[in-house]
Design a protein around this ligand. Structure first.
Ligand SMILES: C[S@@+](CC[C@H](N)C(=O)[O-])C[C@H]1O[C@@H](n2cnc3c(N)ncnc32)[C@H](O)[C@@H]1O
Length: 231
């Protein structure tokens, strides 16, 4: 079997330099998702949610939180962790499509687009748009602009490390990444980059009113976020 990004994420993916980095990242992303929730009874899907360490905090601000990740090991861990939380529903690749059409208020897809071939991603967005209710939003976060270099991402990580009190681990983490599987897979498979008008085009092709948001999710503001609202 060939390399795949989902296999990478299904393994013991060492992209976080330490637990503090992981925790601060999860906190920032959860905070950003919460700012997008418009009503306390909102139905929210976090697609490609990863470990979703702050899922409980997000769930406390909405009616139902669906969590989906393509990596089976990530999803299994999540299922065990949130099993006792009534309004959190982890959904696998089949169950995610059983969510009722026209029922979701918000779909968040943060830091996932870069791992999916562009045609597949456009098809995914079109299919997910069918799950949004009228007035609902699909928000894409952490899109890589064209030409974004690993050096620019590295600088953003160092600045996050400086502000978050994990500068030395961030520096060591960068050295580790240089020799890591992530770098090998990145050179073999690449990462998808989007120009702003291209990202808006993907949302519009799915029948959504697309626009770029003022801020990206999380710490790396060189990357971009977009929303598509269903008419
Ligand atoms: C960089 S992590 C982002 C996790 C989380 N959204 C966050 O912001 O912290 C990327 C996640 O996307 C998931 N992923 C990659 N391709 C996917 C796909 N086609 N469908 C669903 N999840 C996918 C991976 O398994 C991984 O957990």
């Amino acid at each position: 079997m060939g390399l795949s990004w989902v296999d990478y994420w299904n393994g013991d993916s060492p992209v976080y330099v330490n637990d503090r980095h992981k925790a601060l990242h999860a906190k920032a992303v959860a905070g950003d998702i919460i700012t997008l929730i418009e009503t306390p009874d909102a139905k929210v899907l976090d697609y490609g949610c990863g470990e979703a360490l702050e899922a409980s905090r997000v769930a406390s601000r909405c009616g139902t939180l669906y969590l989906h990740d393509a990596a089976p090991a990530v999803l299994a861990k999540l299922m065990a962790r949130v099993a006792d939380q009534a309004n959190i529903r982890p959904v696998d690749a089949e169950a995610v499509w059983q969510i009722e059409d026209n029922s979701l208020d918000l779909i968040v897809i943060n830091s996932v687009a870069q791992y999916i071939p562009k045609d597949d991603f456009a098809a995914l967005i079109a299919r997910l748009a069918g799950k949004l209710k009228s007035g609902g939003r699909l928000v894409l976060g952490d899109l890589l602009p064209p030409g974004l270099s690993p050096v620019t991402d590295a600088k953003a990580l160092l600045s996050f490390g400086f502000n978050g009190g994990f500068l030395i681990p961030a520096m060591l983490g960068l050295v580790r990444t240089y020799f890591s599987e992530y770098r090998n897979i990145r050179s073999a498979l690449g990462l998808m980059h989007y120009a702003p008008e291209e990202a808006v085009g993907v949302l519009e092709a799915a029948g959504l009113k697309g626009k770029r948001l003022a801020r990206n999710f999380g710490h790396n503001q060189v990357r971009m976020a977009f929303e598509g609202r269903k008419p």
